[in-house]
Design a protein around this ligand. Structure first.
Ligand SMILES: Cc1cc2nc3c(=O)[nH]c(=O)nc-3n(C[C@H](O)[C@H](O)[C@H](O)COP(=O)(O)O)c2cc1C
Length: 315
């Protein structure tokens, strides 16, 4: 069979293959270099980054559930300036070295997941990212509480979502993906709102709001009471939402939620995702994303499919 074409486009952003790691589950990338061949990934979405460093929420902030996990890490991160100055250069150097050895023809893309508490904070951080040459794209996390609107997440209403997206759009000129929250009634309406505000693509789903109780202590398990549910238990919800969104917008869709193997990833491509992200599975096996990319190639080989793009949206 002729060489397989694994390249995919998220608007202006071309990936060498459709598999990326999801924000918050793969640190700043380099920590995983001993466990996963980073150059085998289409891209990496780095840890949720805010304008200023954050400590995150008090412990306990993680809980296991029957088929996934509940987290309330609360965007612990080193802040955008440290990211640009200290964390991106060694990651970029590692990827360039790996690319020089592998000659895959395209570097693994580095995307930054941008989070914030006010529109102004998002914009200031976006301006700094705009000038950062190592960054191939921004994934805007709008599931963060808006401190000026009583802590309601930006991404739970079309108007507040559109407001932050259009403000960031003016500050950041590169590929801008907007990551949607599944904690809404009508996900298609949210996708259309951010498309109208200038997003180049949408990524979904972020975690589903959940809760767990310790009956011995008669207390919630998480310090924050509620947290974000992820892992295989959310996959059917995620798949349904990606399918709905892919039909509702013209911009590309990046799908995620509970992907643990190539079969799961291919299902997301089939319902309309142009690429996928692998999250919670990294905690079980840090090489998951690399194995999933190889598994997609093996499936294409077995089925006689030459171009991965021919799988996108077949359902
Ligand atoms: C521990 C943890 C931290 C996360 N941190 C972020 C984050 O900083 N920004 C973000 O947009 N999503 C964050 N997420 C959500 C994931 O990127 C992903 O959207 C979600 O977990 C669903 O995918 P999965 O089931 O494959 O994990 C986090 C998820 C987990 C489990």
């Amino acid at each position: 069979m002729t060489t397989l074409k694994l390249q995919t486009d998220i608007g202006r952003l071309t990936l060498k293959n459709p598999v990326m790691t999801a924000s918050g589950t793969f640190g700043y990338g380099l920590e995983y270099a001993d466990f996963c061949h980073l150059n085998a990934l289409g891209g990496m979405v780095l840890k949720g980054t805010t304008l200023h460093p954050r400590e995150g929420n008090p412990y306990p902030r993680m809980a296991e559930t029957p088929a996934g996990m509940l987290n309330a890490v609360g965007l612990q991160n080193k802040g955008v300036k440290t990211l640009i100055k200290d964390l991106l250069p060694p990651l970029q150097a590692h990827l360039s070295e790996a690319e020089a050895a592998d000659k895959t023809g395209m570097p693994t893309r580095i995307l930054v997941n941008l989070s914030g508490s006010t529109v102004e904070d998002y914009v200031e951080a976006a301006e700094l990212l705009d000038a950062a040459e190592a960054v191939s794209g921004v994934e805007l996390n709008i599931s963060c509480p808006n401190v000026k609107q009583g802590g309601m997440a930006f991404g739970t209403r079309p108007d507040t979502a559109a407001e932050v997206v259009s403000a960031v759009r003016k500050a950041y000129r590169g590929p801008l993906l907007v990551k949607l929250s599944p904690n809404v009634t009508d996900i298609a309406e949210m996708a259309r709102a951010v498309e109208g505000a200038g997003a180049d693509g949408v990524a979904l789903i972020n975690t589903l709001l959940g809760m767990e109780v310790d009956i011995e202590k008669a207390k919630p398990v998480l310090s924050t009471v509620t947290g974000g549910l992820s892992g295989p238990c959310v996959r059917p919800v995620a798949l349904r939402m990606v399918w709905q969104v892919a039909k509702a917008v013209k911009i590309p869709v990046v799908g995620m939620g509970g992907i643990v193997d190539a079969r799961d990833a291919i299902a997301f491509l089939m319902v309309g995702a142009s690429a996928v992200e692998v999250g919670t599975a990294n905690f079980e096996d840090p090489a998951s994303a690399e194995k999933i990319a190889a598994g997609i190639a093996a499936y294409m080989e077995r089925k006689g499919i030459a171009d991965v793009r021919s799988l996108i949206g077949v359902i």
